[in-house]
Ligand binder design. Structure first.
Ligand code: NAD
Ligand code: MG
Length: 390
């Protein structure tokens, strides 16, 4: 039996992971499941899968979790320290599917036990890519990408040498607003930004897809995970989301990965790696699809992509600043305090403010320093929002 833990079990990726586990319950021994406010769901899944422990991120929810688990034999815990403790519990495969920088500390702890980390939490690579990769190397752990584009690249690279790669192309659907006139984006509402044309995902990544912040994070994720130069990474708008990525080699050949837009594909690949097992995902009928569309992204429309280039050029802790500022700007958009396009301008201002502070971005990449700049970036954004809204 494979011992597994799922961090962010109640979310979109977490539930898709549980869907795969549930089909063959005898194959898995579940150690830990974590969630946030959705304690009822967390308790139901933990009882069904007979997990050892269930953790809610919120201390205020602990009593509710405890009573939902009463008599089940599943241990209840809460808070960031409990998440990290659970990540230290021995498991053969750990899913990192918390949304945001909060996924970094449990991800690092999981790597320290030398296990396999299935990484959906792209924010941890953006904030602390070098630290994550070094921790994996130091402890003989393995990181398997779960983002659909990165899983696609990973699969296209099987049996290949990274030195022979000329370019990596990740595709972007263009999100909810890909066909909107630029002017109209200013007034885009929360509800409009929260629906995705192709993928069914958590709210935050759905909004990040509309603004292309998600693709900006993924460009940085590509650089950190595969170790290629920023100039080797391209973004291609592909409205159908069927081609997930392409890898171009120095002989001009392009290897692409196609599949239905269903995250169980990338999750299942990481779960069964290095084998391929049957997965309950739709098969593509290319004759029925007929045509695949591609176009270049409009950088004016998507300032997030330009910011990603700047972050990669700057290096150091600028990824943590970028992500922290972006997360906080998104909080403000969700709360209705700022407009859709303000997310990019606030993130840019946050980056500029922190980059101007001597030594900050170039401090060594430790969990402590990453957490500190993440917090400073969020405060810088709050300050600008307070100034702007009076
Ligand atoms: P989601 O919002 O549906 O779920 C997030 C999970 O994280 C929930 O279990 C929630 O309780 C937990 N969580 C939220 N804040 C937390 C905190 N502060 N501390 C601890 N736990 C917290 O998100 P999702 O769409 O499943 O995305 C999860 C991760 O996977 C993100 O990093 C996202 O970018 C990445 N990802 C998602 C998809 C997708 O299709 N949904 C695709 C590729 C990558
Ligand atoms: Mg993706």
């Amino acid at each position: 039996m494979k011992k597994i833990s799922i961090f962010g079990a109640t979310g979109s990726i977490g539930q898709s992971t549980i869907d795969l586990i549930r089909r063959v319950p005898d194959a898995y021994d579940v150690v830990a499941l974590s969630g946030g406010h959705n304690v009822a769901q967390l308790a139901r899944d933990a009882i069904e899968l007979q997990a050892d422990i269930a953790i809610t991120a919120h201390d205020a929810r602990l009593e509710e979790l405890r009573s939902a688990l009463a008599g089940s034999g599943v241990e209840a815990a809460s808070g960031a320290a409990a998440l990290v403790e659970a990540a230290s519990r021995p498991a053969d495969w750990i899913m990192s599917a918390i949304v945001g920088a909060a996924g970094l500390a449990p991800g690092l702890k999981a790597l320290e036990q030398g296990t396999t980390l299935a990484l959906a939490n792209k924010e941890s690579l953006v904030c602390a890519g070098a630290l994550l990769m070094q921790t994996a190397a130091d402890h003989g752990a393995r990181i398997l990408p779960v983002d659909s584009e990165h899983s696609a690249v990973f699969q296209a690279l099987v049996g290949e040498r990274i030195e022979e790669v000329e370019r990596i192309i990740i595709t972007a659907s263009g999100g909810a607003f890909r066909d909107w006139p630029l002017e109209r984006l200013k007034t885009a509402s929360l509800a409009e930004a929260s629906s995705h044309p192709n993928w069914d995902m958590g709210q935050r990544i759905t909004i990040d897809s509309a603004s292309m912040f998600n693709k900006a994070l993924e460009v940085i994720e590509t650089r950190e995970f595969f170790g290629v130069a920023p100039e080797q990474i391209e973004v291609l708008v592909h409205p159908q989301s069927l081609v997930h990525a392409l890898v171009g080699f120095r002989d001009g050949a392009l290897m692409s990965h196609l599949g239905a837009p269903d995250m169980r594909h990338a999750i299942g690949y990481a779960l069964h790696w290095p084998d391929r097992n049957a997965l309950p995902v739709a098969r593509l009928d290319l004759a029925a699809i007929g045509q695949l569309e591609f176009r270049a992204p409009d950088l004016q429309r998507y300032p997030a992509l330009r910011l990603a280039q700047e972050v990669m050029r700057r290096g150091g802790l600028s990824g943590a600043v970028f992500n922290g500022a972006k997360e906080r700007a998104l909080d403000h958009f969700i709360a209705g305090r700022i407009g859709f396009l303000d997310m990019a301008s606030l993130t840019e201002e946050g980056l500029a403010t922190l980059e101007a502070q001597p030594g900050l971005i170039d401090a060594s990449m430790t969990l402590e320093n990453v957490t500190r700049v993440d917090d400073l970036a969020r405060r810088a954004v709050d300050q600008v929002v307070t100034q702007r809204t009076g």
